[in-house]
Structures are given as structure tokens and as C-alpha cells.
Ligand binder design. Structure first.
Ligand SMILES: [Fe+2]
Ligand SMILES: [Fe+2]
Length: 171
């Protein structure tokens, strides 16, 4: 059975993953409203991905005979200065989540909880990807600068993204 301290820390992370999902859904609405449908699609898929992260922790707690507790989740912001500012906020948010995942891994080590550590290593890898992908889009938006065609090329590319439930794959 999972320890109380580890269970509480994972439950807090479930709320953060759900907040992430809501944040990206809010960003999807922002982009859809300004007709950047590719960016909106990317954010919508990102929201699904965050919910799958919440569920991965949720299922893990149940498997360890623990209890997932759904806490209150803050409302996310719903407007941004522009496309770049929105993606900068997404990148910054992922850096914050990485910090939380690292702290959870530290806690698992401190408690000798090997099973939780293995789960968290999946998330450590996931965060490397999450930071890299959001940062790449930030870089490309900076590169595009004021170019409308640059923005539309990127929008078209992001339209292609489809949700794949990576939580079901080994890493
Ligand atoms: Fe996540
Ligand atoms: Fe994420």
C-alpha cells in the first residue's frame, strides 16, 4: 500500500495535471476565437494529453490500494496578449510542472518508494518532451516575428496534431 505522504503528493499532482488540461483548453478557445484553428487544435490535443496524465496518476493510486482525491482546481487565465505570449505561458507552465515532477521523484527516493519512482521516471521523460515541444513553437513564433505567412504555415502544421495516448506506451 502506498504511504500517506506519497499519496497526498500524487493527489496534488492530479490536480495540477487537471489544471494543465483546463489551461490548454482555455488556450484552445483563445486561438479558435481568433481563427488560428491549427494552434487551437494543438492546444485541444494538449488538453487531452494532460487529462491522460491525471488519469495515469489516478489509476496508479488505485493500483497501489490508495485513494485518488479530486481537489479544487483554480480557473485558468483566458486571454493573452498574442500567440507568442500564449505559447510562452505554456512553456513556462511546463517548466513549473517539471519542477513538481522532480520534487515528487525526490520524495519517492526519500521514502524508498521504488514503484512510485518508476512511475515518476515516465513523467520525467515526458516533461523533457513537453518542454522541448512548447519551447520549439516559442522559438518558431519568434523567428516568424511579424510575418503573417510564417504564422499561417505554423498554424497549418499544428493542425495535423492528433491525440495519441502515450500513457499506455512504455517509455
Ligand atoms: Fe502533464
Ligand atoms: Fe504538460
Amino acid at each position: 500500500m502506498i504511504s500517506e505522504v506519497m499519496q497526498n503528493a500524487i493527489n496534488a499532482q492530479i490536480s495540477r495535471e487537471m489544471y494543465s488540461s483546463n489551461l490548454y483548453l482555455s488556450m484552445a478557445a483563445y486561438f479558435q476565437n481568433i481563427n488560428l484553428n491549427g494552434f487551437a487544435n494543438w492546444m485541444r490535443v494538449q488538453a487531452q494529453e494532460e487529462m491522460s496524465h491525471a488519469l495515469k496518476f489516478f489509476d496508479y493510486l488505485l493500483m497501489r490500494n490508495g485513494t485518488p482525491r479530486i481537489g479544487s482546481i483554480d480557473a485558468p487565465t483566458n486571454s493573452w496578449e498574442n500567440t507568442l505570449a500564449c505559447f510562452e505561458a505554456a512553456y513556462k507552465h511546463e517548466q513549473y510542472i517539471t519542477k513538481n515532477i522532480n520534487e515528487l521523484a525526490d520524495l519517492a527516493i526519500k521514502n524508498g518508494d521504488h514503484a512510485s519512482l518508476i512511475l515518476l521516471q515516465w513523467f520525467v521523460n515526458e516533461q523533457v518532451e513537453e518542454e522541448a515541444t512548447s519551447n520549439e513553437i516559442v522559438d518558431r513564433l519568434r523567428l516568424a516575428g511579424d510575418s503573417k505567412s510564417g504564422l499561417f504555415i505554423l498554424d497549418n502544421e499544428l493542425k495535423q496534431r492528433k491525440f495519441v495516448d502515450a500513457t499506455q506506451e512504455a517509455k
